[in-house]
Ligand binder design. Sequence first.
Ligand code: SME
Length: 162
Amino acid sequence: MSETLTLPKTADRFALYSSLYPQMKQLLEDERDPIAAMANMGAAIKEAFGWHWVGFYRVMGAELVLGPFQGPVACMRIGHGKGVCGTAWAEERTLIVPDVDKFPGHIACSALSKSEIVVPLRGRDNRVHAVLDIDSSQLDDFTEVDAQALARLLGLLEPLFD
Ligand code: SME
């Protein structure tokens, strides 16, 4: 893949993920730096789907710290078990939040965010090293299709973390 994505002209999310995966695989093939890889992964997801905010929080000691992202400025540190991101990290599982206003403890970085998905990023040691956080301006915008496809994309970053 060059610096441009080739994406099908469709709103079909499954088709977009199917097109994105091989391109990301090729793009990241020779990259060894996790920040560079996370930056382009986030940019590609934002370009493909146009969500309000797409980014990573990295596990740094007892906190998540803001990593590469696309979108408006966001909170920089999130405690273990706090908000959607800190909960996904603590529980080591993907969280889909159809309505952020109904998630107790949700950390509101932007009033435009209505629904959210957070997917843990595991390294070769099987530990969670970061989370991918995506915010949508639409309510109930994420399904199991996103959870599965995003986890598969994050699998491409696994060799960069140990
Ligand atoms: N809403 C997140 C905080 C991060 S921002 O959405 C970018 C949470 O509750 O953890």
